[in-house]
Design a protein around this ligand. Structure first.
Ligand code: HEC
Ligand code: HEC
Ligand code: HEC
Length: 195
């Protein structure tokens, strides 16, 4: 099921290769519109229920219903009510951290410090789409270097030969985006942000 959807997007992207920017933006918009119509896809990337008919946490399919602590959890629609959203209506976690609404810990007890790196990588092999900006800062506020180096990316600019279909199929950026970070099928422009 998931695979078929992936291929549909992959096809959209491949069609996109030979198109003008305007055409591509339409392709993107269609992909996003298709997402909005499909309830399953619509929920992808929304790891927590923040609106709609609220299901108790022990019934949300994410939390362990028999864990004794489940009753102490603050419901996400309460805890996350003021969190900023992105254009796709999903929690914008980067802004949430930047505004100080949450403070991710580097280790369990909060003793260690995150190792921050503030450099951007620009991926320019994007055809008529805007270029992709990979910000180390927004990532190292949450993630240790070892999450990406060396298994997913080498520490050398321009060595990964990334195609959009790889990302959609869960490789490179797609190891996280579409699973624990915003989905590559939504909000193309959060990655393709450099004209
Ligand atoms: C999580 C980040 C991310 C998101 C979101 C994203 N892309 Fe990409 N995209 C990339 C990266 C990385 C590349 C590779 C660029 C390179 O190698 O220089 C790429 C490349 C592309 C290319 C160039 C051709 C190809 O197949 O590689 C197209 C076209 C493209 N993306 C379209 C889209 C569309 C349409 C969307 C939204 C439905 C989208 N992208 C969303 C990261 C992203
Ligand atoms: C979320 C994934 C991710 C994390 C976490 C990450 N990086 Fe990277 N890093 C990348 C990507 C993507 C590239 C570009 C690879 C390419 O161009 O093929 C890169 C490239 C680099 C480069 C080469 C850049 C250049 O300008 O030549 C260095 C050095 C580097 N990273 C160091 C680090 C260090 C140090 C940390 C931890 C503080 C870190 N990275 C954390 C994804 C990550
Ligand atoms: C190891 C996991 C991981 C990988 C690999 C990864 N990301 Fe991310 N990315 C995250 C997380 C976590 C966030 C913050 C949560 C969110 O925004 O959903 C994030 C956020 C972002 C943002 C938002 C920055 C902002 O200022 O709003 C961009 C853009 C982005 N990633 C691009 C990329 C691109 C491009 C790649 C591949 C070259 C990539 N990421 C690879 C985990 C990852």
């Amino acid at each position: 099921m998931k695979r078929i959807r992936m291929e549909r997007y992959a096809r959209l992207i491949l069609i996109g290769r030979g198109m003008t920017l305007a055409g591509l933006l339409v392709v993107g918009a269609v992909a996003v519109a298709a997402d909005m119509l499909e309830p399953v896809l619509k929920d992808r990337g929304k790891h927590f229920q923040t609106e709609g008919k609220v299901v108790p946490v022990e019934k949300d399919g994410i939390h362990d219903p028999v864990n004794a602590s489940v009753g102490y959890l603050q419901p996400p629609h309460v805890a996350m009510t003021d969190f900023p959203r992105d254009n796709a209506g999903l929690t914008n976690w980067v802004e949430t951290v930047d505004k100080g609404l949450i403070a991710p810990r580097a280790d369990l007890l909060g003793h260690a410090q995150m190792k921050l790196l503030d450099t951007d990588i620009i991926f320019a092999d994007t055809g008529a789409m805007p270029k992709v900006r990979f910000p180390h800062k927004a990532h190292t506020e949450w993630l240790d270097c070892s999450n990406c180096h060396p298994a997913i990316f080498t520490q050398q600019k321009g060595t990964s030969n990334i195609a959009m279909t790889d990302v959609l199929q869960g490789q490179y950026c797609g190891v996280c985006h579409g699973k624990v970070a915003f989905a590559p099928t939504l909000n193309c422009m959060r990655c393709h942000s450099v004209p």
